[in-house]
Design a protein around this ligand. Structure first.
Ligand code: SRM
Ligand code: SF4
Length: 570
C-alpha cells in the first residue's frame, strides 16, 4: 500500500519539529509568565496537562482590563483505574496544596487535578511520578488511558484482563525521553537525555505520533462497563470454561463530532476479527500502525480512526491490520455484549473479601458543608489501606474489605454525609456529566454543575410513575465532543448553545446502539419537563421488559413526541 504525501495540518508540523515532544517547554517553564505559548500548549497535552482558564472569571477580568485566570489541568494515566490508598491520599494532598482543592474522577477511570498554576506544574507532575503514577500519554495523539473492567474478582478471567491492560500500557507507551527530562529528572543534576540530533526514538509512533487521540478498552460480554463500542480499539473477552480463549477485536468507535461539520459524526466500533490472548498486543500495535500510516493528517476534525475504518470498510481495514501483523486473523466469534455492571454496592470478590462500589456524583471529590467526600476518601484510605479502582462511570470501588468491616466502611460514609448505594436513586446512579464550565475551554454550556439539580427534579416524578427502580443512562455534556459518552445512552443532553441542549434518546445502557436526536436547542429550564414527558410515555406505552432506550428506538422521534405530549404527568 502506498499513499501520496499528505498536506500536513499545523499540529502535524508542530509534532514533527518538536524533538519528540520537547518543544520549548523547558524554556517556557523557566519563564516568569502565568501561561504557555500556543505551540507548547499542544505538546503539553502529550505530557498529560492542558492549559485552561477559569471561565467564571472571564467577564469580570475583561471589565478590569485584565487577561485570563490561567491554570493547568493535570490528568494521570491510571490503567484500568487501579490505584493504591497511598496514591489516592497523595492525589488528595496535591489537589489541596497545588490544585483547586477538588479531585476529579474521569470517565476513563483516571484522576484529574484542576487549577494548577503554571509555576507549580513541574512540582505537581514530579510529585505524581514520585508516587509511581504518570501523566505521560494521559492526553495527546497517542494511546491514552487503557480502560478495563474495574471489578476485583479472584478469577483467572479478571486477572487476565488486568494483565492485558498492563501489557498494552507498556507496549504502547511513548518512548520520548522528553517527559523524564522535563518533569522527573533533577533540574540541577544536568541530566539530559534528549540532545539535539539524538538517537531516533518512538519506534511505534514515529516523530509525528498518531493523527489523533487513540483509546482502548477491554470488556466482558456480560459486563460492558467500559463502553467498548465507543473505543477506537476494543477487546471483548471470549470466555470458555472460565478461561479467556481470546478477544473479539472491535475498531473505529468514538463519540466526538462537530454538528456544523456534516462530515463528522459519533460512531460505534465495528467487529473486526478474533485474536488469541498471545496475539492481542501485536494486533493492537498493528491497528495503531494502520491508523498511523493511513489516518488523516490534513484535517484534525476527520483524523480519528473511525473515519479511516468507515472510508475503507472494515474488511479492507482488517486486511491492512493483518498485513502489519504478519498473518491472517480469525473471524469474530458470536460473543457480544449482553450486560453492564456498574459495580456499585457490595460485591463478593471470591477470595473471602468484599468490594464496595461507591457512587461519586460526576466524579468530583470535594468537601463542603453538605458533603465531605475528600475527608471520607482520606479516612477510607487510612482505615483500610487497600487498592481502589475507578469505574468508567466516574465512581470508585473500595476493594479487599473484610466482611466483618462492612459497618465500619458504611459508618465512614455516613459520618461524611456521602450517599450510600442504597441512598442513591437509580437515576442518579446511572447518570454522568462531563466537566464543562468553568474549566473546559470547549464548553458551550453547563454540564457537571447542571446535572445534579436536574436529577433532583426527576427523582420524585419517577417515583410517582413507579420508575424509580428503572435502569437507564442519562449522560450530559457541555458541548458535542462527547466526553461523558452521550451518544449511546438511553438519554443524552448535549450542550449546543448557552443554556441549550440537544436531547438524544434511543441508545441504551448496553452501549451498543446509537441514540437519535429527539429535540434540538431545548432550554435548560425545560429539560426536566421534556424528560418527564418521555418517561410518562414510556410508562404508558412500553412493552413488557422493554428498556427506555429500546422503547424510544422502536417508537421513533415523531410518535414519541406525540405520546410524550399526551402522556399524563405524575
Ligand atoms: Fe474529553 C477534550 C475532558 C473523556 C472526547 N475532554 C476534552 C478537554 C481536554 C477539552 C479541551 O480539549 O480543551 C476536556 C477537559 C475538561 C476539563 O476541564 O477537565 C475533556 N474528556 C474529559 C473528561 C475529564 C470528562 C469527564 O468528565 O470525565 C474525560 C477524561 C478521560 C480521561 O481520563 O482520559 C474525557 N473525551 C472523553 C471521552 C470519553 C472516553 O474517552 O471514554 C470522549 C468521547 C470518546 C471519544 O474520544 O470520541 C471525549 N474530549 C473529547 C473530544 C472529541 C474528540 C473527537 O474525536 O472529536 C475533545 C475535543 C478534541 O479532542 O478536540 C475532548
Ligand atoms: Fe468540555 Fe465538551 Fe468534553 Fe464537556 S464534552 S468536557 S464541555 S470538551
Amino acid at each position: 500500500m502506498s499513499t501520496e504525501a499528505p498536506k500536513l495540518s499545523q499540529v502535524e508540523k508542530l509534532k514533527e519539529e518538536s524533538q519528540y515532544l520537547k518543544g520549548t517547554i523547558d524554556t517556557e517553564l523557566a519563564a516568569d509568565t502565568d501561561h504557555f505559548g500556543k505551540d507548547d500548549i499542544q505538546l503539553l497535552k502529550f505530557h498529560g496537562t492542558y492549559q485552561q482558564d477559569d471561565r467564571d472569571k472571564r467577564a469580570e477580568l475583561k471589565k478590569t482590563g485584565g487577561g485570563k485566570a490561567f491554570a493547568m489541568m493535570v490528568r494521570c494515566r491510571i490503567p484500568g483505574g487501579r490505584i493504591t490508598s497511598d496514591q489516592m491520599l497523595a492525589q488528595l494532598d496535591l489537589c489541596d496544596e497545588l490544585g483547586d482543592s477538588t479531585l476529579r474522577i474521569t470517565t476513563r477511570q483516571t484522576l484529574q487535578l484542576h487549577g494548577v498554576l503554571k509555576q507549580d506544574l513541574r512540582a505537581t507532575i514530579n510529585r505524581i511520578n514520585e508516587i509511581e503514577l504518570s501523566t505521560l500519554a494521559a492526553c495527546g495523539d497517542v494511546n491514552r488511558n487503557v480502560m478495563c473492567c474495574p471489578a476485583k474478582r479472584n478469577d483467572q478471567v479478571h486477572r487476565d484482563m488486568v494483565a492485558l491492560t498492563d501489557q498494552l500500557v507498556v507496549a504502547l507507551a511513548p518512548q520520548t525521553p522528553a517527559y523524564h527530562e522535563l518533569w522527573v529528572a533533577d533540574p540541577d543534576s544536568g541530566e539530559k537525555t534528549l540532545q539535539g540530533g539524538g538517537p531516533i526514538v518512538e519506534p511505534l509512533y514515529g516523530p509525528r505520533y498518531l493523527p489523533r487521540k487513540f483509546k482502548i478498552g477491554i470488556a466482558l460480554p456480560e459486563d460492558n462497563c467500559i463502553d467498548i463500542y465507543t473505543q477506537d480499539l476494543g477487546f471483548l473477552a471470549v470466555v470458555r470454561d472460565e478461561k479467556i480463549i481470546g478477544y473479539n477485536v472491535l475498531v473505529g468507535g468514538s463519540m466526538g463530532n462537530t454538528p456544523a461539520n456534516k462530515k463528522t459524526y459519533p460512531a460505534l466500533s465495528k467487529r473486526m476479527a478474533f485474536c488469541t490472548p498471545q496475539q492481542a498486543v501485536d494486533v493492537a500495535k498493528a491497528v495503531i500502525k494502520v491508523q498511523r500510516d493511513y489516518g488523516n493528517r490534513e484535517d484534525r476534525k476527520l483524523a480519528r480512526m473511525k473515519y479511516l475504518v468507515d472510508k475503507w470498510g472494515v474488511e479492507k481495514f482488517r486486511r491492512a491490520v493483518e498485513e502489519y501483523y504478519g498473518q491472517p486473523l480469525e473471524d469474530c466469534t458470536a460473543d457480544d455484549v449482553t450486560g453492564f455492571d456498574d459495580h456499585m454496592g457490595w460485591q463478593d470478590q471470591g477470595d473471602g473479601k468484599l468490594s464496595y462500589g461507591l457512587n461519586i456524583e460526576n466524579g468530583r471529590l470535594y468537601d463542603n458543608d453538605h458533603r465531605q467526600l475528600k475527608a471520607m476518601m482520606r479516612e477510607i484510605c487510612r482505615t483500610f489501606g487497600t487498592e481502589l479502582r475507578m469505574t468508567g462511570h466516574q465512581s470508585i470501588i473500595v476493594t479487599d474489605v473484610d466482611p466483618g468491616d462492612k459497618d465500619k466502611l458504611i459508618a465512614i460514609l455516613k459520618k461524611h454525609n456521602a450517599r450510600t448505594t442504597e441512598e442513591t436513586s437509580t437515576v442518579r446512579r446511572w447518570s454522568m456529566a462531563c466537566v464543562a464550565f468553568p474549566t473546559c475551554g470547549l464548553a458551550v454550556t453547563e454540564s457537571e454543575r447542571r446535572l445534579p439539580s436536574l436529577i433532583d427534579d426527576l427523582e420524585q416524578p419517577l417515583a410517582k410513575l413507579g420508575l424509580d427502580k428503572e435502569r437507564f443512562t442519562i449522560r450530559m455534556t457541555g458541548c458535542p465532543n462527547g466526553c461523558a459518552r452521550p451518544y449511546n445512552a438511553d438519554i443524552a443532553l448535549v450542550g449546543k448553545a448557552r443554556e441549550k441542549y440537544t436531547l438524544y434518546v434511543g441508545g441504551g445502557w448496553l452501549g451498543n446502539r446509537l441514540a437519535y436526536i429527539y429535540k434540538d436547542m431545548v432550554p435548560s429550564a425545560d429539560l426536566a419537563d421534556e424528560l418527564i414527558g418521555i418517561m410518562s410515555a414510556f410508562k404508558s406505552n412500553a412493552n413488557e421488559g422493554e428498556s427506555l432506550g429500546e422503547f424510544c428506538d422502536r417508537i421513533g422521534k415523531d410518535d414519541l413526541a406525540v405520546m410524550a405530549a399526551a402522556a399524563p404527568r405524575p
